[in-house]
Design a protein around this ligand. Structure first.
Ligand code: AMP
Ligand code: MG
Length: 351
C-alpha cells in the first residue's frame, strides 16, 4: 500500500486534507495524525476490523488496548455504560488536553478496541488538527501512538513515516508535537482514581481537582515484576527503547559527568560508538563523539519535547552505548523519568 502524506497547517486549514482523511477513516482505513502529546495512529474505534488493522500495522500485542479520541462530551454517553462523577470534574478541568480516563465501556465499543477489557480509555485532545479530524470525520478515533510497537513514540511526521510507511493509508503532517510525551492515564473505575501512566497532567494537578489519587504500583516499580499484573496492559511491555544500550546515571552533577566520561572512554577504546544525553546546562562537562542537548533543567517541558526524537536519532546514528543524565522525578520530571527508565530497561547507575 502506498501511504499518502499530506501537510496540514491548522492556522491555514486545507479542508481537502480532512475530507480525504475522513473518507479513509469511515471506510475502515488508518490515518496517522498529530496531537499535543505524540502522533496517533487512528482508525474507527467502533469498527473491529479497523482496530485489528491498527494492531497489525504497529506489530502491537492484541491485549494492549487503544485510546479512543473524542471531540465532544456527548461521546461519553455513547462510549461508556456509566460516567463516574470524577470523570465529569476532570473533563471539565483538563479536557481538551493530555489526560486519558478509563471508564466502564458500553456495548458499542468492540473488544478489539479495548484489548478484551470491559473498560475503555477515552481522551479529548486539544491539538486543533486532531480536534478537526475527529469532528469533521464524524468518527470516534481509536489511536495508539503511531510507532512500531517497542520503538520510541513519534513526535514528528517523519518518525511515523520511518515506522509505518507502506503499512497505513495516510499521514497528516502537522509539524512537531507540543508536549512530546504520551497522555497521563487515570483509571476512574474504582473508589480512588489511579494513575496508570504519568504524563503532563501530574498527580498534584489531579488531586487538586478530585482529592486523593494513587499511582499504580507497576508505575513506580524499579523493574518490571512478572507477578504484578499491571492495569494498563501496555506497562508490561518494553517501550520507547533505542536499539543501543541505554544507561541512566544518577548522582551529583560532577560525579555523574566523571562516571559517564570514564564509561565512554572505556567503550570507545573497544571501538564502540557512544553518546551522552545531557541537559543544556551540563553539555560542556562531557567528552564523547556525540553529546545530545536534551533541553534545559529550568524548562522540563523542553526535555519532554526532545526525549523521543533524541532516542530515535541514537538509532539513526547506530550508537552502541548511550549514557543519560537523570532528571528530578518531580512534576513533569516524574513522567520524563518514567519514560527514560523504561527506555533504559531500568539500567541505572546510582552514585
Ligand atoms: P498508547 O496509545 O500507545 O500510548 O497506548 C495506550 C495505553 O493506554 C496503553 O498503555 C494501554 O495499556 C492503556 N489503556 C488503554 N485502554 C485501557 C484500559 N481500558 N484500561 C487500562 N489501560 C488502558
Ligand atoms: Mg505507545
Amino acid at each position: 500500500m502506498e501511504t499518502i502524506i499530506r501537510k496540514y497547517d491548522s492556522e491555514a486549514p486545507d479542508a481537502s486534507v480532512m475530507e480525504e482523511a475522513g473518507k479513509i477513516l469511515r471506510a475502515g482505513g488508518l490515518v496517522a495524525f498529530p496531537t499535543e502529546t505524540v502522533y496517533g495512529l487512528g482508525g474507527d474505534a467502533l469498527n473491529p476490523q479497523a482496530s485489528e488493522k491498527i494492531y497489525a500495522a504497529k506489530g502491537r500485542p492484541s491485549d494492549n488496548p487503544l485510546i479512543v479520541h473524542i471531540a465532544d462530551l456527548q461521546a461519553l454517553q455513547v462510549l461508556t455504560s456509566r460516567i463516574p462523577d470524577r470523570a465529569r470534574v476532570l473533563a471539565d478541568r483538563f479536557w481538551p488536553g493530555p489526560l486519558t480516563m478509563i471508564m466502564p465501556k458500553s456495548d458499542v465499543v468492540p473488544r478489539q478496541t479495548t484489548g478484551g477489557l470491559d473498560t475503555v480509555a477515552i481522551r479529548m485532545p486539544s491539538d486543533p488538527t486532531a480536534y478537526e479530524l475527529i469532528r469533521s470525520s464524524g468518527v470516534y478515533i481509536a489511536a495508539p501512538s503511531a510507532n512500531t510497537s517497542g520503538r520510541p513514540s513519534p513526535t514528528l511526521a517523519r518518525h511515523v513515516a520511518e515506522d509505518l510507511s507502506g503499512r497505513i493509508d495516510m499521514i497528516i503532517d502537522g509539524g512537531r508535537c507540543d508536549i512530546g510525551l504520551e497522555s497521563t492515564i487515570v483509571d476512574l473505575t474504582g473508589d480512588i482514581p489511579v494513575i496508570l501512566r504519568p504524563g503532563y497532567i501530574t498527580k498534584e494537578m489531579l488531586e487538586e481537582a478530585v482529592g486523593r489519587v494513587d499511582i499504580d504500583r507497576a508505575v513506580t516499580a524499579s523493574r518490571p515484576d512478572p507477578n504484578l499484573r499491571p492495569k494498563a496492559p501496555g506497562m508490561k511491555y518494553r517501550h520507547y527503547a533505542p536499539r543501543g544500550s541505554l544507561t541512566v546515571v544518577q548522582g551529583s552533577r560532577e560525579a555523574v559527568a566523571a562516571k559517564i566520561n570514564s564509561l565512554v572512554k572505556e567503550k570507545q577504546a573497544r571501538g564502540k560508538r557512544c553518546a551522552v544525553i545531557a541537559s543544556e546546562e551540563n553539555m560542556r562537562l562531557y567528552q564523547a563523539e556525540r553529546i545530545m542537548d536534551i533541553g534545559s533543567r529550568r524548562h522540563e517541558e523542553s526535555i519532554a519535547a526532545n526525549l523521543y526524537d533524541i532516542l530515535r536519532e541514537m538509532d539513526e546514528e547506530d550508537i552502541d552505548f548511550i549514557y543519560s543524565e537523570s532528571f528530578t522525578g518531580e512534576g513533569l520530571g516524574f513522567a520524563i523519568m518514567n519514560r527514560l527508565l523504561k527506555a533504559a530497561g531500568h539500567q541505572i547507575i546510582q552514585l
